[in-house]
Design a protein around this ligand. Structure first.
Ligand code: NAG
Ligand code: NAG
Length: 455
């Protein structure tokens, strides 16, 4: 009850603020206010306010998450950066040094990660070993090998389940390589202008349900024309991703580039150009708000998938037993922290209502999102392609979790779900993608401070 009232007051407060903002523009609007006007106080998508999210993220989640992402399990990401662009041919590979991605030498990556057949549990691992051994020996014991092979097939089948929101990257392809994410950080590369616009244009124009015709509020029960809540949400996720990437590029801008030294750091001007309400004709602050929306969606997905990671046979396998156990502990600590966040987004407002219509919408959602993951193969700058693929795959995995019916959240009595599966690549992208958004939220705090000195 209390929360409802809080929300109502919050919404009314926000409406009032909007109204007064439009009525008489305050002359003394500061540079910080012009960027952050939409991200203070209550967010209309959940019963929560930005300050709570900031505190939770910046002090409780962010440091531990960074720690986890530095571990071997999460730093090596297998990706195929040589897939042809399915939509057009004229990709100008920008020849900039900063776009280069340096793949790992084969001896850098722990064997436990490289083992192709490895899934994530000891049980599956020993089954596969048995199977491989049987094959090596040309085993005559057909019944055993058939059984194990069936089990292996079963594991593989889970991987190309129809729940997937992303086109599976063909990581078995000889073109796929391991990349050390710590050595190839996402930062300013100079990839912008027409080539980069083309990518975002395709993403927005062709794949997003456009927002111009939004008539009904974010309430699935309200009827009306225009965009429904899901399509609007889809648009906002993409916009949030775009915003997040731009925050990173502004926070790790190439400030100094001499042959002696390169220096990356915050560029406030760049940040303003992308997010200042006046410079962007109102778009910037909305984008930042969508960044929080994306954050809450991924946060919710992580809290829903906790039972999967709690399974005793789940491991973050790299082959180093002690390290692996420690990492799992840290992972669970982070997940429990996330679960304790009191103001989760309610995904049940999505795809509610008429079952048939909801399923069609869900399928649409999935197809559109898959298209976006394929467009990432058209990004000319390899560094941007790497992080674009990782972040769309991470978001795709979050959506898969949110909309999977195999995973019932918040029902401890149902026990851990054994039907739901994630591949290593999905796990790595899910946490790294969330790590990026978590970093963005943290960086906003830095930009807020930097902007306070400017008018
Ligand atoms: C910051 O970004 C702007 C473009 O937004 C650029 O003109 C300026 O040179 C950059 N500043 C530095 C120190 O690199
Ligand atoms: C996917 O993208 C292609 C090329 O932009 C477009 O022709 C197609 O309609 C898109 N499909 C969906 C479901 O968005």
């Amino acid at each position: 009850m209390g929360r409802r009232w809080g929300l109502l007051v919050g919404v009314l407060g926000a409406v009032w603020l909007l109204g007064s903002g439009q009525g008489g523009r305050q002359p003394a609007e500061t540079a910080a206010q012009r960027c952050f006007c939409q991200v203070s106080g209550y967010l209309d998508d959940c019963t929560c306010d930005v300050e709570t999210v900031d505190r939770f993220n910046n002090y409780r989640l962010f440091p531990r998450l960074q720690n986890l992402l530095e571990s071997d399990y999460f730093r090596y990401y297998k990706v195929n950066l040589k897939r042809p662009c399915p939509f057009w041919n004229d990709i100008s590979q920008c020849g900039r040094r900063d776009c280069a991605v340096k793949p790992c030498q084969s001896d850098e990556v722990p064997d436990g990660i490289k083992s192709v057949s490895y899934k994530y549990s000891e049980e599956a691992n020993s089954l596969i070993e048995e199977c491989e051994q049987a094959e090596r020996l040309g085993a005559v014991d057909e019944s055993l090998s058939e059984e194990t092979q069936k089990a292996v097939l079963q594991w593989t089948k889970h991987d190309d389940s129809s729940d997937n929101f992303c086109e599976a990257d063909d990581i078995q392809s000889p073109d796929a390589e391991y990349v050390d994410l710590l050595l190839n950080p996402e930062r300013y590369t100079g990839y912008k202008g027409p080539d980069a616009w083309k990518i975002w244009n395709v993403i927005y124009e062709e794949n997003c349900f456009k927002p111009q015709t939004i008539k009904r509020p974010l309430n699935p029960l309200a009827s009306g024309q225009g965009l429904c809540v899901e399509k609007r949400a889809f648009y906002r996720l993409i916009s949030g991703l775009h915003a997040s990437i731009n925050v990173h590029l502004s926070a790790r801008y190439l400030l100094q580039d001499t042959w002696l030294e390169k220096k990356w750091g915050h560029n406030v001007t760049e940040f303003q150009q992308r997010f200042d309400g006046i410079l962007t004709k109102g778009e910037g602050p909305r984008r930042l708000k969508n960044l929080y929306f994306l954050y809450l969606i991924e946060l919710r997905a992580l809290s829903k998938v906790v039972p999967f990671f709690e399974r005793p046979d789940f491991q973050l396998f790299t082959g180093n037993k002690i390290q692996d156990a420690e990492n799992k502990m840290l992972l669970l600590e982070i997940l429990h922290e996330i679960k304790s966040f009191p103001l989760h987004f309610d995904e049940n407002s999505f795809f509610a209502g008429d079952k048939k219509e909801a399923n069609k919408l869900k399928e649409d959602f999935r197809l559109h999102f898959r298209n976006i993951s394929r467009i990432m193969d058209c990004v000319g700058c390899l560094k941007c392609r790497l992080w674009g693929k990782l972040q769309t795959q991470g978001l795709g995995t979050a959506l898969k979790i949110l909309f999977s019916e195999k995973l019932i959240a918040n029902m401890p009595e149902s026990g851990p779900s054994y039907e739901f599966h994630l591949t290593r690549q999905e796990i790595v992208s899910l946490f790294n993608a969330f790590g990026r958004i978590s970093t963005s939220v943290k960086e906003l705090e830095n930009f807020r401070k930097l902007l306070q000195n400017i008018h």
